[in-house]
Design a protein around this ligand. Structure first.
Ligand code: UT7
Length: 323
């Protein structure tokens, strides 16, 4: 059990530009059929003028509005990103500045598990620091770190942001935080920062760096941990099991596999990867927003969130939905 908090508001911000699988066919040797069949992805959003930090600020603004929470009441902002334009300050600090919020602010980097890690951390810190309202925002412009000549990765990712507002409540609505990790022994999923010279150390091969991924290895890791996290959560729920799942949207086949293994119905799992592809740590809050706006997520639902990604990392949490 973590803090007595509830989700009071949720939002998403996605770039205007839509890139279809047919657009991808013009960039690399791929096909709409291959992408759709192997991943479920049909379109993705890609930033043009939008930035990671601006999408984050807008998402937080909208989530606060939806929650009816005043900026002055926010005591904590945790950003989840691997693609902030700023080395420092944090994306959360930038949000603070744009919206004029005086609060504790920091970023957390945990790949695609970032939102779950940030959510669990925020809820715990609300208890530790006695904070009434907190915001968790995940924002990513993965397209800036995608090798657009590598068909094995460039078709998989998209850009976007999502945010949730956490508010103290009489009863605890966030339960059973799970955060786990295992060493990435074989460079399965990583992206380096560009090398930078100093007056004392020259850099001869300055080149842009991109995301590298051994897709099949991540797939194997993903299906294993998603199933085990969901089973763990189910066990912890006891006689009040969750009735719906919002998983990290990396590949529809991973989700299908897990639905089968968990013996659940397809309708119990929210999937929007077809529209947005994999927006890294932003997939879960974007999906939460869509699920809520479409009426799939209803007051009284008990949902499980589950994520996995670079690190290698995975995590989950159960939420009683109250809005
Ligand atoms: O959120 C972070 C975590 N990321 C993930 O969860 C991703 C997990 N992994 C996956 O989703 C899948 O492994 C991929 C979608 C990345 C790849 O699917 P796959 O079924 O595992 O394909 P593969 O890597 O085994 O490649 C099969 C074939 C290869 O051709 P050959 O060597 O058999 O001739 C690839 O070169 O498919 C080829 N291929 C493509 N063909 C057309 C790889 N990418 C493409 C492409 N278009 N975009």
């Amino acid at each position: 059990m973590i803090a007595s908090v509830e989700i009071a508001g949720v939002s998403k911000v996605t770039p205007r530009r839509i890139v279809t699988n047919s657009d991808m066919e013009k960039l690399v040797d791929t096909s709409d059929e291959w992408i759709t069949k192997r991943t479920g992805i049909r379109t993705r959003r890609v930033v043009d003028k939008e930035t990671t930090v601006d999408m984050a600020a807008e998402a937080v603004k909208q989530a606060l509005k939806k929650a009816g929470v005043k900026r002055k009441d926010v005591g904590l902002i945790i950003g989840s990103t691997i693609t902030s334009e700023y080395v420092t300050p944090s994306m959360a600090d930038y949000v603070k500045k744009v919206l004029g919020i005086d609060a504790v602010a920091m970023d957390l980097s945990a790949g695609c598990s970032g939102f779950i890690y940030a959510l669990n951390t925020a809820a715990s810190l609300m208890d530790t620091l006695d904070i009434g309202c907190a915001v968790v925002v995940a924002s990513e412009a993965i397209s800036k770190y995608t090798d657009w000549t590598d068909r094995r990765t460039c078709v998989l990712f998209g850009d976007g942001a999502g945010a949730v507002v956490l508010r103290r409540s009489d009863t605890a609505c966030l339960h059973y935080p799970v955060m786990e990790g295992t060493a990435d022994k074989d460079d399965v999923l990583y992206a380096l920062r560009e090398k930078r010279p100093t007056p004392f150390s020259k850099v001869s091969d300055v080149k842009p760096e991109y995301i590298h991924m051994k897709g099949a290895d991540v797939f194997t890791y993903a299906v294993g941990v998603v199933e085990s996290v969901l089973k763990k959560l189910l066990q912890m729920c006891g006689d009040r099991p969750y009735n719906k799942i919002i998983p990290h949207q990396a590949n529809e086949k991973i989700i299908d596999y897990v639905i089968r293994k968990m013996d659940m119905r397809h309708e119990q799992c929210f999937i929007n990867i077809g529209e947005y592809a994999n927006t890294s740590s932003a997939t879960i809050p974007i999906a939460m927003y869509d699920a809520y706006e479409k009426g799939w997520l209803k007051k009284g639902d008990r949902i499980a969130l589950v994520g996995f990604g670079a690190g290698l990392s995975c995590g989950g949490v159960v939420i009683d939905w109250t809005i």
